[in-house]
Design a protein around this ligand. Structure first.
Ligand SMILES: *[C@@H]1O[C@H](CO)[C@@H](O)[C@H](O)[C@H]1NC(C)=O
Ligand SMILES: *[C@@H]1O[C@H](CO)[C@@H](O)[C@H](O)[C@H]1NC(C)=O
Ligand SMILES: *[C@@H]1O[C@H](CO)[C@@H](O)[C@H](O)[C@H]1NC(C)=O
Ligand SMILES: *[C@@H]1O[C@H](CO)[C@@H](O)[C@H](O)[C@H]1NC(C)=O
Ligand SMILES: *[C@@H]1O[C@H](CO)[C@@H](O)[C@H](O)[C@H]1NC(C)=O
Ligand SMILES: *[C@@H]1O[C@H](CO)[C@@H](O)[C@H](O)[C@H]1NC(C)=O
Ligand SMILES: *[C@@H]1O[C@H](CO)[C@@H](O)[C@H](O)[C@H]1NC(C)=O
Ligand SMILES: *[C@@H]1O[C@H](CO)[C@@H](O)[C@H](O)[C@H]1NC(C)=O
Ligand SMILES: *[C@@H]1O[C@H](CO)[C@@H](O)[C@H](O)[C@H]1NC(C)=O
Ligand SMILES: *[C@@H]1O[C@H](CO)[C@@H](O)[C@H](O)[C@H]1NC(C)=O
Ligand SMILES: *[C@@H]1O[C@H](CO)[C@@H](O)[C@H](O)[C@H]1NC(C)=O
Ligand SMILES: *[C@@H]1O[C@H](CO)[C@@H](O)[C@H](O)[C@H]1NC(C)=O
Length: 524
């Protein structure tokens, strides 16, 4: 960690050095001799008086791939700020011009204007006016209200003219009846608190390896030209998720980063995970056995988002990590857009969606995937018994399912990735890919696997996978045979796929591992 005040250079020099180091589009020499002053009184902002004083992180990467044109806020040297709390961050991201925002330390998404951290109950209490009926919302009562058997017992008590669990049954029945309607109302209060909407032409950058957005949903809706760099990105836990199926399937809101119709977005050197420590968050247990999963995705992109590079990030200990393509209903908005470069990332303990892909072009280049695989292989498992070791102590959500989800009409290009697995089925390759929504042979998903020179075979635990293309073909066969896909709806071909310059040319798999270990994640 560096300390700002230890240095003696003036602010301007720092800014220039920093922007150059941060991979600014213009070379450093273009700034030489240029004097940019920040006039007194120019920043008439409520809280944002911290104009950046440097020095910042030495970030060496430059944008490349599909977001190669993105400049973020780097072109405006007179708008460089540092923020260290939720109020400052909220004010900074809203500035309607090109800017760079450095994050200093950990910013808590639930930090209220007076500095205290909101609890789930605070969101309920802050909703509506004092004494508002919506304050009768309670998450456990809400879950009970969805239970027809339970509600029938309350109604029976009304018919019997008795109390229910010591309460007036008529009043309790009415309260139960309101829970489902109250839920989105109190949820809106949490959303307003933890959601931070970015605006066009913004760089959001961690000042050093301690910079974190904790419990924050960065929301990129119809915005263009964004850099998000050198940050720990921890999504909010949804206080009020809706159950899908008992006990563990939930519809929770709040991605760490969510893109809706966004373009030219570069996410680099970030660490996306369930909580600051990096550990997986166990679901909350609520009677009679609900396992409440309060997380949505880490990086979910939809609705005609385009030109995104997700590079040199660590994705750890999360269960539904990168959903690229929100759903089949978005086909019209997505087809022809949704271009993604996924390069040099370390996926560690990410149970699924690394990424899952629909309706776009997805380049999965030089990533490392580490996972504990305790599930039996889907195919080619003749030599192994179908054990389920250690599953009992692992939350269902944390159990590794698959890495690359080839969904409706996706065009997926795969090269130079490495896989590391441990657990009961350490060498199993049958969960590298999964296939879904493959029913349209006239509009097939296309997968191009490059594993011959200048590329090389992918490795599993350091040993070459004889043919990843064959693994893909076997995966297709498996899904066709089990009814999960239609013959011809996924095609293995490299026709029509292209490339572009990448930050590094690799000699072999060991080279990729070394590079990703040294380049992925925050810069200290
Ligand atoms: C963003 O930058 C582009 C290109 O410099 C410019 O045309 C556009 O007006 C900017 N938008 C905002 C909101 O500053
Ligand atoms: C650059 O930042 C200044 C604020 O310091 C702002 O007034 C100006 O509009 C910005 N320029 C662009 C092109 O966004
Ligand atoms: C970052 O925060 C620390 C601790 O509050 C402070 O000492 C330091 O000056 C801040 N850095 C900048 C650039 O504002
Ligand atoms: C901060 O604000 C919240 C909600 O407005 C309130 O409940 C809490 O008591 C306040 N805390 C302090 C220390 O003022
Ligand atoms: C529903 O309520 C009944 C009666 O209280 C209870 O036995 C059952 O476990 C509940 N089921 C769920 C899914 O909450
Ligand atoms: C219901 O019970 C209350 C007291 O427990 C009693 O006063 C009332 O008369 C009862 N009503 C009927 C319709 O039986
Ligand atoms: C229960 O509440 C209803 C509605 O407030 C009221 O009419 C009824 O008298 C109450 N019943 C008892 C037993 O107190
Ligand atoms: C941001 O950029 C997008 C895409 O260029 C544009 O449609 C939108 O109007 C811009 N927003 C603002 C507030 O300028
Ligand atoms: C994405 O980039 C391509 C190539 O530069 C460009 O043609 C296209 O308009 C971009 N898409 C958006 C939504 O900006
Ligand atoms: C991946 O995660 C496991 C389990 O948390 C940890 O032991 C291992 O060190 C991680 N790998 C890297 C390269 O950080
Ligand atoms: C996995 O393969 C390696 C060789 O690549 C071998 O040493 C190891 O025993 C295998 N592990 C299991 C669980 O089969
Ligand atoms: C795939 O997308 C198409 C739209 O292009 C849609 O008609 C079809 O229903 C989708 N298939 C599945 C299985 O969802």
């Amino acid at each position: 960690m560096r300390h700002a005040l230890e240095d003696t250079l003036d602010t301007m020099k720092y800014t220039l050095l920093l922007l150059a180091a941060a991979g600014n589009a213009l070379p450093l020499t273009e700034y030489t001799g240029m004097f940019v002053s920040i006039p007194e009184g120019a920043l008439h902002l409520k809280t944002l008086h911290h104009v950046f004083q440097g020095p910042g992180p030495k970030l060496s990467h430059k944008p490349f791939g599909f977001a190669g044109q993105a400049t973020g806020g780097s072109t405006n040297l007179s708008a460089v700020y540092v923020v260290s709390n939720a109020a400052e961050l909220r004010e900074a991201v809203a500035l309607p011009y090109t800017k760079t925002i450095y994050v200093n330390g950990t910013i808590q998404g639930n930090q209220l204007p007076n500095g205290t951290l909101a609890t789930c109950q605070d969101y309920i209490d802050k909703t509506g006016s004092p004494g508002s009926a919506v304050h009768g919302f309670n998450f456990e009562t809400y879950l009970l209200s969805l239970n027809a058997t339970y509600v029938a017992l309350v109604e029976q008590a009304i018919a019997d003219n008795t109390t229910f669990e010591g309460r007036n049954a008529t009043e309790y029945r009415a309260l139960l009846g309101h829970q489902n309607g109250y839920r989105p109302v109190v949820a809106a209060t949490q959303k307003a608190q933890v959601g931070f909407k970015l605006t066009n032409n913004t760089s959001l950058i961690g000042l050093n390896g301690n910079a974190a957005l904790n419990g924050i949903n960065l929301y990129l809706s119809s915005v263009d030209n964004i850099w998000i760099r050198n940050l720990k990105l921890v999504p909010p836990q949804d206080c009020f998720p809706a159950p899908e199926t008992f006990p563990s399937s939930w519809n929770a809101l709040y991605d760490a980063v969510g893109l809706v119709t966004a373009s030219n977005v570069w996410v680099d050197n970030c660490e996306l995970q369930d909580q600051l420590s990096g550990e997986y968050v166990e679901p909350d247990i609520i009677e009679p056995g609900w396992q409440v999963d309060r997380f949505d995705g880490l990086f979910d992109c939809e609705d005609g988002t385009d030109n995104v590079t997700f590079s040199h990030n660590i994705v750890r200990n999360h269960h539904k990590s990168l959903l690229l393509g929100g759903g089949t209903k978005e086909a019209d908005r997505d087809l022809g857009k949704m271009h993604f470069t996924i390069f040099g990332n370390y996926f560690n303990g990410s149970a699924s969606r690394n990424p899952t892909m629909r309706f776009g072009s997805f380049d999965i280049f030089s990533n490392i995937y580490e996972a504990r695989n305790d599930k039996p292989p889907r195919f080619n498992d003749a030599g192994q018994a179908h054990r389920r070791e250690a599953l009992d102590s692992t939350p269902l959500d944390a159990v590794f399912q698959y890495h690359l989800g080839v969904y409706n009409q996706s065009r997926v290009q795969v090269q130079d990735n490495g896989f590391l697995q441990y657990g009961a089925f350490a060498n199993d390759t049958s969960r590298i890919f999964t296939i879904s929504e493959a029913i349209l042979p006239n509009r097939p998903a296309k997968v191009c696997i490059r594993e011959t020179a200048p590329h090389f075979p992918s490795t599993m635990n350091g040993a070459a996978i004889a043919s990843l293309g064959q693994v893909m073909a076997d995966t297709v066969d498996f899904f066709v045979e089990s009814g999960g896909a239609v013959e011809g709806a996924v095609v293995l071909t490299c026709d029509g796929f292209g490339g572009y310059e990448l930050p590094k040319v690799f000699e072999g798999p060991g080279d990729v591992l070394e590079y990703v270990l040294s380049e992925a994640g925050q810069v200290r």
